[in-house]
Design a protein around this ligand. Structure first.
Ligand SMILES: [Zn+2]
Length: 245
C-alpha cells in the first residue's frame, strides 16, 4: 500500500514539468516587446525551454505535440490546491516531536505543485499505515488527473526512433527502418508507447507489458526505454560515418 501511494506521488512529481510545458502551443504567439511579460508568459517560456531539453535528451518526436484543447492550466491549478490540502492534512497527523516545519500555502497563481507534493511525500514516509491508507484516494485523484491530461496531449503521436527490437519492420515497410512506436492511452488511462512493428518481440527484461500482443511501455518506464534507442540525429551521423569510412 505505502509503496503504491509513494510511487504514484513520485510519478506526478517527475512528470510535473511535462504537464506544465504542455501549454507550449500558446508560446507560438510572439511576445510583444513593448510591454513587460507576465508571470504566466515567463512560466510558458521556461516550460518551452524545458520541453526542448527533455525531448532532445530522451526521445526525439516525429511530430510536434498537437495544440492543446484541454484545460491544462485548470488541471495545473487544481492540483496545486489538492497538493496543498494534502500536505496540510498530513502535517496535522505528524507527531509534533518530529519537528517538520509547516509549509506555507501556495500563492495565488502558483504553477508548481512540487513543493507541496514533496512535502506530502515526506510526511507519508513518516506516518502510520492507516493514515497512508486514508491518503490513498487523494493521491490517486492527483495521479489520475495528471495522467489523463498527459494522455490527451501525447495520444497518437509517432515517436521518431527505430525500434531496436524489430528494427522498424512494418507491414508497409517490410525491410525495416519505419517509425513503429506510437503513444497511446491504455484502457487503464495510463499513457504508454506501443510498438506496431511486425512480430516485435523484445526480450522479457526489456518489455514492461503487452497490449493486444504488442510490446508496451507505460510512461513511467520511458526514461529506461530511452536508454535502448539511438536518437535520430545520431543514427544519421552513424550512417554518414559508415559511408565515409
Ligand atoms: Zn518493435
Amino acid at each position: 500500500m505505502r509503496e503504491i501511494v509513494v510511487a504514484d506521488l513520485e510519478w506526478v512529481i517527475e512528470y510535473w514539468p511535462d504537464l506544465v510545458e504542455s501549454r507550449m502551443p500558446l508560446t507560438t504567439k510572439p511576445l510583444r516587446q513593448t510591454r513587460t511579460i507576465s508571470k504566466e508568459e515567463i512560466v510558458l517560456r521556461d516550460a518551452a525551454a524545458h520541453m526542448e531539453r527533455y525531448f532532445r535528451n530522451n526521445l526525439s518526436w516525429g511530430e510536434s505535440p498537437a495544440p492543446v484543447d484541454v484545460d491544462v492550466l485548470q488541471t495545473v491549478l487544481d492540483i496545486v490546491v489538492y497538493a496543498d490540502d494534502l500536505a496540510d492534512d498530513l502535517a496535522e497527523q505528524l507527531d509534533p516531536a518530529t519537528g517538520r516545519p509547516i509549509l506555507a500555502s501556495p500563492r495565488l497563481g502558483e504553477y508548481d505543485a512540487r513543493p507541496w507534493l514533496q512535502y506530502a511525500l515526506a510526511c507519508l514516509h513518516e506516518l502510520p499505515d492507516d493514515v497512508v491508507e486514508w491518503a490513498w484516494p487523494r493521491v490517486q485523484k492527483i495521479h489520475e488527473r495528471t495522467a489523463r491530461v498527459l494522455g490527451m496531449l501525447y495520444h497518437g503521436q509517432t515517436v521518431k526512433v527505430v525500434c531496436p527490437w524489430c528494427d522498424g519492420r512494418a507491414e508497409e515497410q517490410p525491410v525495416g527502418g519505419a517509425y513503429t512506436w506510437k503513444v497511446e492511452v491504455l484502457p487503464s488511462n495510463q499513457v504508454a508507447i506501443v510498438c506496431h512493428g511486425v512480430n516485435c518481440d523484445p526480450p522479457a527484461e526489456h518489455v514492461a507489458t503487452w497490449l493486444w500482443g504488442k510490446p508496451c511501455w507505460p510512461i513511467t518506464t520511458w526514461t529506461r526505454l530511452a536508454k535502448h534507442v539511438i536518437p535520430e540525429h545520431e543514427r544519421a551521423q552513424r550512417a554518414r560515418n559508415a559511408i565515409a569510412s
